[in-house]
Ligand binder design. Structure first.
Ligand code: AMP
Length: 283
């Protein structure tokens, strides 16, 4: 496994691999890898001839009061997981390399970035779309894998890829959860033992809504109120948003169906966690 930090070297390697006709599978991450990332890497290993993992805590997708400086990092541990998943190249650019002096270009997917996480994290998805476009240009992937854990991010990347005719196949992957239902996240590392228990309210709210939907309830507002109440009963939790929306447009839904997305963001102490489910999908 090769570790490449230099952007030009990464791009040159990618271009020469493609000239040899090798199919590049790419998994972009911010590191502190867990089983969710590993599931993307294993799928990428199956689908590509060469597997590239990027680890980059992207400063332009963090707001001024967010956790850029404290975001968990562990390159050594990440390399152990990467090796076990068959990664060929770990690309670890620096912020100075990615954003040279005078950097000013941005990619915006304005409508899909408006609701949900976009509403509470202004500019976040511009930072995400911009870095992913840049990473695609550097890594030259044939396919790139993203988790549905970040459902809105995946929708924005699909839209950007289509709108800009980027020659990359986007693969969405299921949410990987802990045995008790908590969606895996690098940010779970911030939680104390008590907070870790409180954090179960997100997946419980999802389960409740899925059960009520399976039992025939179709009114979005009723489902939403029941889920909000479940979270309000958890003293350590502060709701950022909890919404039922059309999965394709992210517009509000009055009546829910198999194509309705339930998405929520909840703060446990100072840690902001997200989770979601598509009502028609398996959990
Ligand atoms: P991150 O390092 O948090 O930026 O995530 C990198 C990629 O891993 C993104 O495509 C995420 O959606 C995906 N990912 C993170 N957590 C999970 C999870 N629990 N299940 C599936 N994919 C995940």
């Amino acid at each position: 496994m090769e570790i490449i930090t230099d952007i030009t070297s990464m791009q040159q390697s990618a271009l020469s691999l493609r000239r040899e006709g090798r199919r590049i599978a790419f998994v972009p991450t911010m590191g502190f890898l867990h089983e969710g990332h590993a599931s993307l890497l294993r799928e990428g290993r199956q689908r590509g001839d060469v597997l590239v993992l990027s680890i980059f805590v992207n400063p332009i997708q963090f707001g001024p009061s967010e956790d850029l400086d404290s975001y968990p990092r562990n390159l050594e541990g990440d390399c152990v997981i990467a090796r076990a998943c068959g990664v060929d190249i770990v690309f670890t650019p620096t912020a100075a390399g990615m954003y040279p002096p005078g950097f000013q270009t941005a990619i915006r997917v304005p409508e899909l970035a408006l609701p949900l996480c976009g509403a509470s994290r202004p500019g976040h998805f511009d930072g995400v779309a911009t870095v992913v476009a840049k990473l695609f240009n550097i890594v030259q992937p044939d396919l790139a894998l993203f988790g549905r854990k970040d459902f809105q991010q995946l929708a924005i990347i699909r839209r950007m890829t289509l709108d800009l005719s980027l020659p990359v196949e986007i693969v969405g992957m299921p949410i990987v959860r802990e045995a008790d239902g908590l969606a895996m996240s690098s940010r779970n590392a911030y939680l104390s033992a008590d907070q870790r228990q409180s954090a179960l309210c997100l997946s419980r709210a999802i389960r409740l809504v899925r059960e009520r939907y399976a039992a025939g309830e179709r009114r979005a507002e009723t489902l939403r109120e029941e889920a909000l109440k479940l979270i309000a009963d958890e003293p350590a939790a502060t709701i950022d948003y909890l919404e039922l929306r059309d999965a394709a447009t992210l517009e509000p839904a009055a009546d829910v169906s198999d194509t309705t997305l339930m998405a929520l963001a909840v703060k446990i102490g100072t840690t902001r966690l997200i989770d979601n489910t598509l009502l028609g999908d398996d959990l």
